[in-house]
Write a protein that binds this ligand. Structure first.
Ligand code: SF4
Ligand SMILES: [Zn+2]
Length: 326
């Protein structure tokens, strides 16, 4: 059924610096071409979970967005961000026909409640012409493009994550975004496969520092979305997990990264684990995992890291041991 979105969620969030809501739309879409042709990234479950592998027409995409927008409560005053996710690259015409790229954004931007829009893409599909068309379709409302850089460390990015592009290609796309007046959201993956707890923390902090510096240099508003890694079946990461070679990041690590980055720029934390088994998701001990997740959700709404600094639990000692292990 190509005329219904795969999933729609209505989530309280900071939007344009104010308390508001995100309408998260996961489109029914063929899914990531890189995953289908080159095997994809070692942690990513999008192709298996959401991608259909079958083309979707522009008309069907528009029907999906129309259905999703109906979830916005009429007359709401809080700002609304609409995220159009296609489990791949929005700007790849093989995944989304070029006519639909602009038309879906225009349809969402026409809703008076909507103040900003977000799509995602690998850098190789970002071009000045596509960005300008997308920006113009938004009719003056803010457009942000999410790119999964994951790590600025070339070894981690290419050999462990198998991303298939590097910093230079990513920075080229960021330059195009800046030139088109489009904002940048960058996903940073905390603890990819083959990475120790302390190495992962330092890599995410360094990557985000580099990203904020780039955003500053390009005068491009930049947000960092820290994605604590979780384990999805049918991925290389899953095999490592099953063989006892991988544990998802501790929430202590997530809290450390967030508190170190919060003063540097706009950070949000990915809390979705696609309903996976708790041991396959970022976790601490059974006594404090819920408290940590709640504190991180509050951080996403307030950007106040104080609550994270105040967290305590007996399992802190266990985390310290693991974090200091080479
Ligand atoms: S992380 Fe992005 S680029 Fe990598 S396989 Fe998944 S959807 Fe494709
Ligand atoms: Zn604990």
């Amino acid at each position: 059924m190509n005329r219904a979105p795969k999933k729609v969620e209505w989530i309280p969030a900071q939007v344009e610096g104010r308390p508001g809501f995100r309408l998260m739309v996961i489109l029914t879409a063929p899914g990531c071409a890189y995953a289908r042709t080159a095997g994809g990234c070692t942690n990513c479950g999008f192709p298996q979970t959401f991608g259909t592998g079958k083309p979707v027409s522009a008309e069907d995409y528009l029907a999906q967005v129309r259905a999703a927008l109906a979830r916005i409560p009429a007359g709401i005053e809080a700002p609304v961000e609409v995220d159009l996710y296609n489990s791949g690259s929005y700007f790849n015409p093989e995944e989304i026909p070029e006519t639909a790229q602009g038309a879906m954004l225009a349809m969402a931007a026409a809703c008076p409640e909507v103040t900003s829009l977000l799509v995602e893409s690998r850098p190789e599909y970002v071009s000045a012409a596509r960005l300008e068309r997308a920006r113009d379709a938004c009719g003056g409302k803010s457009l942000e493009v999410g790119i999964g850089l994951e790590s600025a460390n070339p070894e981690i990015l290419s050999r462990r994550i198998h991303k298939g592009y590097g910093w230079e290609q990513f920075a080229g796309a960021a330059r195009l975004l800046a030139g088109a007046g489009v904002r940048l959201l960058v996903y940073v993956l905390l603890k990819p496969i083959g990475t120790g707890e302390r190495e992962a923390i330092e890599d995410s902090v360094e990557t985000a520092r580099k990203l904020f510096a780039l955003g500053h240099e390009l005068k491009c508003p930049t947000r960092v979305a820290l994605e604590p890694c979780f384990v999805v079946p049918q991925t290389p990461l899953y095999h490592a997990f099953e063989q006892g070679r991988y544990r998802p990041p501790w929430l202590w690590s997530v809290a450390e990264v967030v508190t170190r980055l919060a003063p540097l720029g706009r950070v949000l934390v990915g809390l979705s684990d696609e309903g996976t088994n708790p041991l396959q998701a970022p976790h601490n001990c059974e006594h404090c995992t819920g408290r940590f997740r709640h504190a991180l959700a509050v951080f996403n709404q307030t950007r106040d890291a104080e609550r994270l600094r105040a967290l305590s639990c007996e399992c802190h000692k266990l985390w310290l041991v693991e974090a200091e292990r080479a």
